[in-house]
Ligand binder design. Structure first.
Ligand code: SF4
Length: 371
């Protein structure tokens, strides 16, 4: 039985955030604001305010300036093929790996998919190989990364057990609501993942950055609480985090639904099918071409515009042109969607070709354990 009060974010899957500003007041997240100007080559998520909030991200920038080693921690629950949400997190990890020369810790959360989604470990490994091939094709440098399966990383398990002794049921309920015990233990395991990079065998205490969607914040709060409670045993530095806004489903819903495959794009999609999905997505156009020419469209309501903003139009000037031409009625939705669909198709073709060559490497990474 899961009872999650409305004001809580649910990192296990059902949260929808419509008012991001409440997260600053209710959770104490900080706005990214002008920290972006301190990054040499900000990526499009930072430039466009998609990464909008943080905890201690300024400390990451300071540590980088001092020449300290930084780690980036992230992972994936192996339940699905890579969709645009997984692509966004992966691109952020890769960006921080390059920009801060950070070592990436990438966890395959197969225990969580077992507890939360009843996916057997063998099946999870097959999905994970496909996921890892995606992230490698997107540009992750495996030489500066530690990619591991949660079920195989005993240090994470040991940390999770230790942490579970320090936290009460009340504390867990205040962060996660009333959940099955397995999910609470999955949360301790996540805390173990987040703090793994600070163990002596990985070079000891360091700044660790966790790029996440804001629904994952309860894990950050739990982990930061744990750090203060295990001070006598570990010299952990509280982990830092950076939060992105959510990309809507193609049908305009806040979350994609597995039941409606036309509502989301996956990186394995057949190109023609993917184009069809874009052409069918919810837009902000008017009922007739005449009306649109006269009154302009509403890019703020348009998923096609979101596709350009979040994912496919890299050039800021190009994006601005789409926005202005839409607002002034210079462009109509059909031609606009066709343009975005073509850019997306080009990306997918290139990505799928690269990914084919990464399957072998991904299999090797996930079937050996090291360090
Ligand atoms: Fe969206 Fe383009 Fe139509 Fe504007 S013209 S509403 S950006 S599809």
């Amino acid at each position: 039985m899961n009872i999650i009060p409305k004001n809580l974010l649910d990192p296990f899957g059902t949260s929808v955030v419509t008012d991001y500003s409440r997260l600053f007041t209710e959770l104490g997240l900080q706005p990214i604001g002008n920290l972006v100007s301190r990054i040499k080559h900000p990526n499009r998520y930072l430039r466009r305010g998609i990464d909008f909030a943080h905890r201690d991200f300024d400390k990451v920038l300071e540590a980088f300036k001092r020449g300290e080693k930084i780690a980036v921690m992230s992972g994936i629950k192996p339940t699905n093929e890579f969709h645009l949400g997984s692509k966004m997190t992966a691109e952020k990890i890769i960006f921080f790996q390059k920009e801060f020369k950070a070592k990436v810790f990438y966890c395959i959360a197969d225990l969580e998919s077992l507890v939360d989604n009843q996916i057997a470990l063998d099946e999870a490994t097959k999905i994970a190989i496909d996921n890892v091939a995606d992230i490698l094709a997107l540009g992750l440098d495996p030489k500066n990364a530690y990619i591991y399966r949660q079920s195989e990383e005993k240090r994470v398990m040991n940390l999770a057990f230790l942490f579970s002794r320090k936290i009460t049921l009340n504390h867990l309920q205040s962060l996660y609501g009333e959940r099955q015990l397995g999910l609470y233990f999955a949360a301790f395991t996540q805390a173990g993942d987040i703090l793994l990079p600070q163990l002596p065998e990985f070079g000891g205490p360091k700044i660790v950055l966790v790029p996440i969607g804001c629904d994952q914040d309860p894990h950050m709060r739990l982990t930061r609480d744990i750090v203060s409670k295990v001070k006598d045993q570990f010299n952990f530095i509280p982990p830092t985090s950076i939060y992105h806004k959510f990309f809507r489903a193609l049908n305009g819903e806040a979350k994609m639904s597995k039941r409606d495959p036309m509502s989301f794009l996956i990186l394995n999609d057949n190109i023609e099918l993917a184009k069809k999905k874009v052409m069918n997505c919810v837009d902000g156009g008017k009922k007739t071409a005449e009306e649109q020419r006269r009154l302009g469209g509403e890019p703020e309501k348009c998923v096609n515009y979101e596709l350009a903003l979040f994912h496919f139009v890299e050039d800021d000037e190009h994006l601005k042109r789409i926005y202005e031409e839409c607002k002034t009625g210079k462009r109509l939705c059909g031609e606009c969607k066709k343009e975005v669909a073509e850019i997306m198709a080009k990306f997918l073709r290139k990505h799928q070709k690269k990914k084919k060559n990464m399957i072998k490497k991904a299999t090797k990474i996930l079937t050996k354990q090291s360090v």
